[in-house]
Design a protein around this ligand. Structure first.
Ligand code: SF4
Ligand code: SF4
Length: 257
């Protein structure tokens, strides 16, 4: 079977793609703009990568203040939107002849040096791509959607963009509201200590935490935990149990346009 002919991807084709999925927040960046460290760079996942396409799904009010059932429905809806859009875009690019890799949050988790993270830090890539800036609570602040975007990305060897140009900037004011709101004391000097953050600690019984943190730092035990986590992640619903540092931030409220 012959390989598909390479077709240039234009800003209009991507705009149509995202508009058809009701996604209004996306950006396309030259991979050279991404300053991730070795091992966590887009080229570690796709060596021929030239472009990163990052998009965000807005987390609605119901995700934060709804009943438990409503929050669960919103979690599933966001997860589905991120996954289906990412895989559809990857498939589209591949049909056009590009080599592409889909990056979805909660997939390809890695435990290394005591830290749990994705193979790619979507929020750092987004900040490097000019899609927003990082706040002291570690969250991306987008000029229009504040800290409400759930992110995903597609890497491709196609040269596209960069576009669209930023529609303004928004930056952390270091107002300390997130620090005060974090009852776990996990935020200090613009750094979130993961082993204090409830979005990790709530999944680990108190008695097991010292052992769990030690295993996460071990060379071989961390690899074992990585395998177990990636197996479990497809079977359980991963939901942030705390959003206090997010909702306390002035960038949580999306201004009317
Ligand atoms: S609450 Fe204040 S300090 Fe924290 S991220 Fe938002 S703007 Fe920055
Ligand atoms: S998610 Fe909760 S526990 Fe984690 S840093 Fe934010 S406020 Fe603190």
């Amino acid at each position: 079977m012959s390989s598909p002919a390479s077709v240039p991807v234009s800003p209009d084709t991507l705009a149509d793609f995202f508009s058809g999925r009701h996604i209004t927040a996306y950006c396309v960046a030259d991979v050279a703009a991404i300053g991730a460290p070795a091992g966590r760079h887009p080229r570690d996942l796709l060596p021929c990568c030239r472009t990163i396409i990052i998009f965000g799904v807005v987390m609605p009010d119901r995700f934060f203040s709804g009943t438990e059932r409503e929050q669960s429905e919103e979690t599933n809806a966001i997860k589905h939107a991120l996954e289906s859009t990412t895989y559809a875009l990857r498939d589209l690019l591949e049909r056009w002849g590009s080599r592409s890799v889909a990056i979805v949050p909660f997939h390809h988790l890695v435990v290394e040096d005591g830290i749990l993270r994705g193979r790619l830090s979507l929020k750092h890539c987004a900040a490097d791509a000019g899609f927003g800036t990082l706040g002291d609570n570690g969250l991306l602040i987008h000029p229009r959607y504040g800290n409400r975007l759930a992110l995903a990305a597609v890497l491709t060897d196609e040269v596209i963009g960069p576009f669209p140009t930023s529609d303004g900037t928004a930056a952390c004011t270091h107002c300390n509201r997130c620090v005060t709101a974090c009852k776990a004391g996990a935020i200090h000097d613009g750094v979130v200590t993961q082993t204090l953050c409830r979005n990790l600690t709530d999944y680990v019984p108190t008695l097991f935490r010292p052992l769990a943190w030690r295993l996460m730092r071990g060379r071989y035990s961390a690899r074992l935990i990585t395998v177990l986590l990636n197996t479990a992640v497809s079977c359980v619903e991963i939901r942030g149990t705390c959003t206090a540092c997010m909702t306390a931030c002035p960038y949580f409220k999306i201004p009317e346009r």
